[in-house]
Design a protein around this ligand. Structure first.
Ligand SMILES: [Zn+2]
Length: 405
């Protein structure tokens, strides 16, 4: 995969074969995407009678054999984890050099998968937040990273690797401390995780409803969105009532909660891969036949709810939970979008989730997610048309990025 950077001083015309603009395919077989001043100015059919040298100093990037689409967005990753071995991931936390090397390789894999932005769901040490700063400084190649730092969780409840754990009270202070650390969003653990041993069992609720409301209002007063880890329908309902900005996981969500999400315009990141991948490939051997049955029932239920949600107008984000055991950074994205397609989403809907919805969940909807005038050129090019087969996205040949982006 080759990365092409466009500087604000460049005038570049990306001459594409087909274009999916983030919402729909643009009719026609050759489309010019005109970029200048670091912004897409025009998207128009390629004028066939154009002289070989375009007017002015514009460069032409000939991608007529490719489909060009917005760069992909992963709404849920954990850069502190390697996607393979949880304990080994944690061992590396105290060995800075090797940790950075591992994260660098995983960020390269992320770019190679066509992913231009990720949202890091946090870790106790703030490793994802540090990776964000390394990439932003240009010290490490990688996608744009929006980081939650460490997750807010209750002492003694699930998620000791995600955040230090809060005593009772002090929630406003806890959010303000995260704001001072410079996080992009606040992550809160409303519940534990789904059990692979007992169908429908989910780790217990962590916060009272008024506590969640305090977290959300403090975060919003600091201009920060709240991403809520919530499985079990009770956790989902609490998160929705508290007014969170995105719902993560949401296993065992009910029809009524889907209606509530649709009504409130809260997007859902259903993270199918971390469950489904447990019975596919290498991790399958770690689970007993009974567990595998529970796992299959759990993710297939989630797929049915995803299909319903899309029908009700709930915005779906693609979140892989990359870093969780069985979900590799970068590669996990293809797993997740194929699971969304398998759930019954049309390929066009999957692509909308993968770019436009993701960019708004990350708070980057003014910059990326669309091939339209006014957006920055975060683009990828693949041979073949992903609307015919999403697997074409496995071979991203070019990524176009605005310089510094
Ligand atoms: Zn997560």
């Amino acid at each position: 995969m080759e990365i092409i950077r466009i500087f604000p001083s460049d005038s570049v015309t990306v001459r594409a074969g087909k274009v999916f603009d983030g919402h729909s395919p643009i009719p026609g077989e050759s489309i010019d995407i005109v970029v200048s001043g670091g912004v897409i100015r025009e998207v128009r059919p390629y004028p066939r009678e154009i002289p070989p040298e375009p007017s002015g100093a514009a460069k032409i990037l000939d991608l007529r054999e490719y489909t060009v689409l917005p760069g992909l967005v992963d709404c849920h990753v954990h850069l502190a984890l390697d996607g393979n071995d949880f304990n080994k991931s944690l061992e590396l936390w105290s060995r800075k050099d090797r940790l950075e090397e591992r994260i660098g390789a995983d960020l390269e894999r992320t770019l190679a998968a066509g992913i231009v932005a990720v949202r890091d769901g946090g870790d106790r040490e703030g490793i994802g937040l540090e990776a964000r700063d390394l990439v932003a400084r240009g010290a490490m190649p990688g996608p744009r990273i929006r980081a939650a730092g460490a997750a807010l969780r209750k002492k003694g409840k699930y998620g000791s690797f995600l955040g230090p754990g809060l005593p009772d009270g002090s929630l406003t202070d806890a959010v303000e401390k995260m704001a001072r650390r410079g996080v992009d969003q606040v992550k809160v653990l409303v519940s534990g995780v789904v059990s692979f041993k007992n169908y429908r069992r989910v780790g217990s609720i962590q916060f009272a409803e008024e506590e969640l409301a305090e977290i959300v209002s403090t975060a919003h007063s600091r201009g920060l969105k709240v991403m809520a880890h919530a499985s079990s329908d009770e956790a989902v309902r609490m998160a929705v009532r508290a007014g969170v900005d995105s719902l993560e996981h949401g296993y065992f969500i009910s029809d009524q909660s889907l209606e509530a999400l649709a009504g409130a315009g809260i997007p859902w990141v259903p993270t199918l891969a971390p469950v489904a991948n447990q019975v596919r490939g290498r991790p399958a051997a770690r689970h007993s036949p009974l567990e595998r049955e529970v796992i299959v029932k759990t993710y297939q239920r989630q797929q049915r709810m995803v299909k319903k949600a899309a029908g009700m107008g709930v915005r779906i984000g693609v979140g892989t939970d990359a870093g969780a055991a069985g979900v590799r950074h970068g590669e996990g994205f293809m797993d997740e979008i194929l699971l969304l397609e398998e759930a019954g989403l049309a390929r066009e809907e999957v692509l909308r989730a993968a770019a436009g919805s993701g960019s708004s969940i990350l708070g980057l909807e003014r910059e990326m997610g669309m091939v339209r005038p006014g957006f920055k050129p975060y683009l990828i090019a693949v041979r073949g048309n992903p609307l015919d087969d999403l697997r074409h996205l496995a071979n991203v040949e070019f990524m176009i990025l605005p310089s510094g982006g």
